[in-house]
Design a protein around this ligand. Structure first.
Ligand code: MRU
Length: 353
């Protein structure tokens, strides 16, 4: 990619730096986070967003938290780590990658202390930075593998609809849904992508269009309410989205509007694909009914580009995600392989393989 969504700068005393996605596409600026509080704010306000990217960002947040642990009292350092992990986990509740990455950081600290005699705080901080970097690198590799596994589904001459942004900006690598498109493009397949604008925060219009245009992929922006018409006209032959959390039975939480697209796709006999890395599966959540859905400020719906579009005092409902039933999903494309007609057994089998 021509840009890096997020990275750690320097050694253990360094800091994470991330593309401030609130400013795109007007400005490409890096945001430096020097405290867990700043990082929490960046996640909450969507400066960094997308399930895998917020997981990586949170892991870097733990490295920042450890910079505050001053004494060589490791028990104190671990409790400071756990406190920060609990705090960062509350920034956004739906994407499981966030708590997955934080759990991994906690486990890393526990294991490192248990397995090493006489460790210093500096040793522990180094181990945690190396774990966070590993989470970041692994995400990059998982994106690549999703692209390779999914590109087979893209046929020359086809039209594909995507929703929100499941691209490089949402991960540490090439994205999930968009990684498939990048891989197909690299193989000289010719296709057209229809991009839902994705109200209320316009991740499709602002971010996916920005990414695809830079990559030279033929992309057309549509309003969210146009998808059904384009399907009826035969312009869309497949839908590919990302995921924020996939329950054990395959029910999938993703950006609000995804569920409606799955119904439209079913109605028009169009395959509906979800692309996601292993870190997005949550086998402890049995079905989509148990996935917590983030509710966001009503002002995001009541305003457009900073201008109020609803009357003062209007009642507003603003869930950030919805759940697509597994039965509406043709296949889930993961870094480990493709799960057709996903269900509990097939998912468990693929993930433990
Ligand atoms: O609110 P956002 O922008 O974080 O929502 C992002 C999505 O819904 C993405 O589709 C999902 O996180 C997958 S990203 C690879």
């Amino acid at each position: 990619m021509a840009f890096e969504t997020l990275r750690w700068v320097g050694d253990i005393d360094g800091y994470p730096e991330l593309i401030d996605q609130r400013l795109l596409p007007a400005r490409l600026e890096m945001l430096k986070c020097e405290t867990p509080r700043q990082l929490y704010g960046a996640i909450k306000t969507l400066a960094v967003r997308g399930a895998p990217a917020i997981g990586v960002a949170a892991a870097f947040g733990i490295c920042l938290a450890m910079q505050k642990a001053k004494s060589n009292d490791l028990a104190k350092a671990v409790s400071c780590l756990e406190e920060s992990a609990d705090y960062l986990a509350t920034a956004r509740p739906t994407a499981v990658n966030l708590s997955w990455a934080l759990d991994r950081m906690k486990e890393c600290a526990r294991k490192f202390i248990a397995e090493n005699d006489k460790v210093s705080l500096t040793d522990l901080r180094r181990a945690l930075l190396s774990e966070a970097t590993a989470i970041c690198d692994e995400d990059r590799q998982m994106c690549r593998r999703i692209g390779k596994n999914g590109q087979k589904l893209i046929k020359t001459g086809t039209g594909i609809l995507t929703h929100c942004n499941a691209g490089a900006l949402a991960t540490a690598g090439r994205g999930t849904a968009l990684s498939i498109l990048y891989e197909a493009h690299d193989r000289d397949k010719k296709f057209k992508v229809y991009v839902d604008e994705t109200r209320p925060l316009l991740q499709g219009a602002r971010l996916t269009m920005w990414e695809l245009t830079q990559a030279g992929i033929d992309a057309t922006l549509i309003c969210d309410n146009m998808a059904g018409t384009l399907m009826k006209q035969g312009k869309i032959k497949a839908v590919i989205t990302g995921a924020d959390r996939i329950a054990a039975n395959g029910d999938t939480a993703n950006k609000i509007g995804t569920f409606s697209l799955s119904i439209l796709a079913k109605q028009h006999n169009i395959p509906f694909y979800v692309a996601a890395p292993q870190s997005t599966f949550d086998l402890s959540t049995e079905t989509g009914d148990d996935i917590p859905i983030e509710q966001r400020d009503g002002d995001e719906v009541a305003s457009f580009g900073g201008i109020k579009i609803a009357p003062e005092g209007a009642d507003i409902y603003n869930p950030a995600f919805d759940v697509t039933d597994a039965e509406n999903i043709t296949a889930i494309i993961t870094d480990k392989g493709v799960i057709e007609n996903p269900n509990t057994e097939k998912i468990a089998e693929l993930l433990v393989r």
